[in-house]
Design a protein around this ligand. Structure first.
Ligand code: ADP
Length: 295
């Protein structure tokens, strides 16, 4: 990061009316998609995400998603401060949050907070703009029909990308059969359009120094709340306290086990499209299980 672009970032922070930091950017690891860095010290410390200028729209969408999550007043998220570009880099400046330890009580609070977030409803499924899941486009054209929204803009979209990426004919055919079976099974399924985080795996959850949960790196839209729960279970799951607390406020539907497979399929297809071959077997297993239940 050159001195010139650090100056652009500091200017953007000043323009947003925040306390102006001094100094250079210190890179920090941990991100899957972007470079992370810290600028400033103490109370004048900010978390900066950096990528190529082509990813500026991705940062605008992330900032908007964080504002939507904050407006629901259910769970702490980093406050977005500025989006901009300088010296061939796009950047997103966020409030810096110092993280503390995870605990069963923290996960219980997270379960309650997520149920509260999901009680925030939109009028339609989707969002007024598209965003990204990882770096993959996530189309959000608004729709009043959940089956149509999820089939077209989530499953069929990722299945097409996977075909382009060489996942093979069998997945294409079983995918088509699944979409047809879903039209029947979901003829009367109308979940409330909940505000969802959209990318809720353990890497996007932390706890602040007071033990309160913090969510970051969202891919928000209005959709079935069970999409978020399905994603929490994809890589090993969250602690029991989280699910108990969520279900005590907002029990999942009787069809949740099937919904979990379906909603995980979207993310596993996306992992195949982002990271390649190793995920093809998991895609096939989920498709086979879903067809056995629905077909
Ligand atoms: P990416 O979009 O590249 O996946 P993340 O948003 O997941 O990046 O952030 C990467 C890591 O940086 C997180 O795991 C977390 O440890 C840290 N981080 C993210 N946002 C903040 C923040 N606002 N304050 C402090 N640390 C943060």
């Amino acid at each position: 990061m050159t001195a010139a672009s650090v100056a652009t970032i500091i200017d953007a922070i000043a323009e947003a009316g925040e306390a102006v930091p001094s100094g250079s950017l210190t890179p920090v690891g941990g991100g899957c998609i972007n470079e992370g860095a810290i600028v400033g010290e103490g109370a004048r410390r900010y978390f900066v995400k950096l990528n190529g200028t082509g990813q500026r729209a991705m940062f605008e969408a992330e900032a908007d998603g964080l504002k939507r999550l904050a407006a629901a007043d259910a769970v702490r998220v980093p406050r977005p401060i500025a989006v901009g570009e300088g010296n061939g880099r796009a950047f997103l400046v966020l409030e810096f949050i110092e993280f503390g330890a995870a605990s069963p009580a923290g996960f219980r609070r997270l379960g309650e907070a997520l149920a509260q977030l999901h009680a925030s409803h939109g009028e339609r499924y989707g969002l007024p703009y598209d965003n990204t899941i990882g770096t993959t486009l996530q189309p959000n054209a608004e729709d009043t029909d959940w089956c149509r929204f999820f089939s077209r803009q989530r499953l069929a979209f990722q299945l097409r990308l996977a075909a382009d990426n060489g996942i093979g004919k069998r997945v294409g055919e079983t995918g088509e059969r699944l979409l047809a079976a879903l039209r029947e099974r979901w003829a009367a399924y109308r979940p409330a359009p909940s505000l969802v985080h959209g990318d809720l795996w353990s890497g996007n959850v932390a706890f602040d120094r007071q033990g309160m949960p913090v969510l970051f790196d969202p891919a928000c839209y209005y959709g079935d709340r069970e999409t978020d729960l399905a994603m929490t279970e994809l890589f090993g799951g969250f602690p029991r306290a989280f699910y108990d607390a969520y279900n005590a406020v907002a029990p999942v539907s009787a069809d949740y086990p099937m919904h979990r497979d379906l909603y995980q399929l979207y993310h596993v297809l996306n992992h195949f499209n982002l990271f390649g071959g190793g995920y093809a077997g998991q895609v096939r297993r989920l498709l086979d299980r879903l067809l056995a239940e629905l077909g």
